[in-house]
Ligand binder design. Sequence first.
Ligand code: SF4
Length: 228
Amino acid sequence: PTLDHLDAALVDCRACPRLVAWRELVAREKRAAYRDEEYWGRPVPGLGPADASLLVVGLAPAAHGGNRTGRMFTGDRSGDVLFAALHAVGLANQPTAVHRGDGLELFHTRITAPVHCAPPDNKPTPAERDTCGAWLRAELALLRPRAAVVLGAFGWQALLPVLAGAGWQVPRPRPRFGHGVHVELAGERGPLHLFGSYHVSQQNTFTGKLTPAMLEDVLRRAAHAAGI
Ligand code: SF4
């Protein structure tokens, strides 16, 4: 299959009953507030080209961001911060991402997540994480990533087992998350440079825990490690 086939199959996935119920409930309740657009309410596929050598990995779509627009990190404040930074370092053609079809293009970069449906309280269960990890493993098999920026400790913890399942050697004890942390994982298909960044949530960006300069710095280092 190609990445397009994978994405087309993903958006029909109903493997996690709790998440299916939640994503559809949110969409039903909020549709009236967004009458002029389709409220997605389905699994959100990865975003970016098949030749991407850099991954940006969150944990899961936000209920009123990706779950509304159908596009990773699009349509909320977290995404505003992320896309501005991607544009600042030359990985996106525009600094904003409003909805699908707004002309956004990513360069050598794919944004994805270990969980593709919006979870209540942004917290997937371990079972949901494991179930959806199969989609990310399949996605990784179709890509040739050389570096990844992981946004937040929860995404980091969810991604490591997926990377181990996809053929990269994850040391024991597992490397710890931190902003600016860089770990090189050996793998059957070449090494993967893993970078940690604080999540782009408003909790971090409003308080100044994560500044645009801090995020851009990690993205620049990761792009360099990815050979971009
Ligand atoms: Fe399917 Fe993943 Fe959504 Fe679960 S979280 S229903 S595995 S797409």
